[in-house]
Design a protein around this ligand. Sequence first.
Ligand code: HAM
Length: 442
Amino acid sequence: MPRFPAQPQKGFCDYFPEVLRVFRHVERQIHRTAALFGYEEYDGPTLEPLEIYAAKSGEELVREQAYVVRDKGGRELALRPEMTPTLARMVAQVQKSVPRPIRWYSIPTCFRFERPQRGRVREFGQANVDILGTASSDAELEIFSFIRHFMENLGANRDQYRIRYSSRRYLDALLAQVVGVPADRTVEVRKMIDRRDKLAPAEFEKWVRETFPEGPVADRVLRLHEFADPAAPPLPDVPAAFRESEGYRELVEFHDRVRQTGLDGVAVFDPTIVRGLDYYTGIVYEVHDVGTENRRALFGGGRYDNLLELFSNEPMTGTGFGMGILTVKLFLETYGLLPADLSSPPRAGAVYVACLSAAQRSYAFAVVERLRGRGVPCELDLDFAKLGRQLQRAEAKGYARVAIVGEDEARQGQVTLKTLAGGAQETVGLDDLPARLSRPER
Ligand code: HAM
């Protein structure tokens, strides 16, 4: 027999129970926050036609990152690299009947052929929270507030993360009227700015200077962060046309709304936020760790005005984010925010049942059946080892109490209940056992 590697493929991960406990902890906070804000859960297929990503998501996602399979009918399908086109497709089916705004969320598994690195793997869980059917920037403010509640529920404080936002329209005006990027190179520069987090600063600078060897464009691209406060007095060389542009006005207005709603401690304007996906049209945002340990975004999202037109004659705008469960796990680890009880399985109120010989196995089965019937979690040792060995196993698994079943106990319809810390023990009749276990151990 060939022996296969015990490790998964590069970029894919095996999730052992202790990791999954953390993922579920993060997901529970998404469900909890969604309930708090009135969002309903949806789900869609893992495989979708490749074209729906090719149409609006962008070349990088389709050409470089999509896992493509051909089905028996010869159709090209992608393992979903993201959820937003599926969401748009689903909303297109019900947009006439569902009251607006539509508030939906989902926690799909997505697939991308990315270079594996900290926080980036090839199969990942991504929470998606979106609000559709309203053009009001109050939708963005609600999404920011959702993020703040979610992060607070996880124990994070405002000094540990920032929601950084900008606007596609603002950036386009800035690039055209201030930086001096020719119209036919705007998309290229946007992509360049978006990649800055993926490169070391010196590498990024070298790339910018090589792309724009002549004129002041490279210097200005590298100084974009100087536009970090749109409401501050503009730099002396900023043309009036820029301040009168729709992009500038939209951003300043939004900036004010962020302040008015008290979100300004958490959300900050950052002109270098661009987002890699092509379908964004307005306000875009990312959540970043303020420290240096987790350089890549924890969340990314934005406003998409034209995505539904792929599936429907009736346009509908939306805004929302995707958040990597893994990236949030790394963030929580960085700041020591994981609850201690996640490090072992929850065993409160549970009992380990030790059975001393095969002759009592039927009685031991009756004991666990009775306990489970009364809602008491329990685990039965199955190999009749010496009692000391079974007690060790119970302790290693995190149990505080063991119900011991031997010959006498089986004959009298009892168990010997032992508390591992301290070793106190008592005899308890089977009928009384569930009630006894609901009281704290002695
Ligand atoms: P995205 O920026 O491509 O946006 O992904 C959002 C988040 O998903 C990232 O910030 C990261 O936390 C997580 N993520 C992305 N790629 C990986 C990976 N390879 N491994 C682990 N985590 C990853 C979108 O996907 C948009 N569809 C989000 C959206 C929803 N926009 C509007 N609504």
